[in-house]
Design a protein around this ligand. Structure first.
Ligand code: SF4
Length: 245
């Protein structure tokens, strides 16, 4: 067996099929493989169970074969889009999983903040780069971000997705999009209410999200920013911050 097949991937959860709730693939049926661990700690992270080391004992080290057995069981063996998320999935050795899934007709989308670049980005079908705006409390390393773009060049479809809470975030989104005018850009109103990680019935402030959505639509149209696409998190509207849907 190849080293890539034997690599240990830290997995927080595998679930689906459900729909992709945000960004370029919104509405598309998918199985999620959520990896554990992140090099960021955003103030409003809604996936703390895959970020905070307090939950590390829930992140199982799995091989490609172990992950694949779950993905094929969930999908009924019918190829579909597999969404690789986290945490930051880019810090995991996912090249072998992608190669194995492609051999069986599956496709792969990965979302990352763009802080860690991997050679296997070029093998993805969709790469969503989601740099984090000022409200996250994180600073963007644009050199690292551009390294991600270089390694992915010629491979996947690439899109920008930026969460926006306020005017500073909006200005950041405009600057980020201006840096990469060839990339489609998706704006997403922020969700202020990350749940306690073990709360399956976590509620969200839907009114607040929709207020920000309307504000964002007004900003984009008033600014004649016609390249931007504004989308809510569909899964949050449907299920709140519940895990595993
Ligand atoms: S990069 Fe994503 S997963 Fe990591 S802390 Fe920020 S929001 Fe959470």
């Amino acid at each position: 067996m190849s080293a890539a097949r034997e690599a240990q991937i830290r997995v927080s959860e595998i679930f689906g099929p459900t729909i992709q709730g945000e960004g370029v693939l919104i509405g598309l049926p998918t199985v999620f493989v959520r990896t554990g661990g992140c090099d960021y700690r955003c103030s409003w992270c809604d996936s703390l169970h895959a970020v905070d080391s307090e939950y590390r004992d829930q992140w199982l080290p799995m091989t490609v074969d172990g992950i694949w057995a779950e993905v094929t069981q969930l999908s009924g063996g019918k190829p579909l889009m597999v969404s690789l998320s986290g945490g930051n999935p880019a810090i995991q050795p996912l090249g072998g999983l992608i190669a194995h899934g492609h051999a069986h007709g599956y496709k792969f989308a990965l979302e990352t903040q763009g802080s860690v670049a991997k050679e296997w980005f070029a093998d993805l079908d969709v790469l969503v780069l989601s740099p984090k705006p000022p409200s996250s409390g994180m600073a963007t390393d644009w050199d690292a971000f551009e390294h991600c773009l270089r390694l992915a060049a010629g491979g996947p479809d690439i899109a920008l997705k930026i969460v926006v809470f306020d005017d500073r975030d909006y200005a950041y989104a405009r600057e980020a999009s201006a840096r990469y005018p060839d990339l489609p850009v998706y704006l997403q109103p922020g969700n202020h209410t990350p749940p306690p990680p073990d709360d399956d019935d976590a509620r969200v402030d839907i009114d607040g999200i929709m207020d920000r959505m309307l504000w964002l639509v007004d900003k984009v149209t008033e600014d004649r920013w016609f390249e931007a696409r504004v989308l809510p998190q569909l899964h949050v509207l449907l299920w709140g911050n519940k895990r595993g849907v």
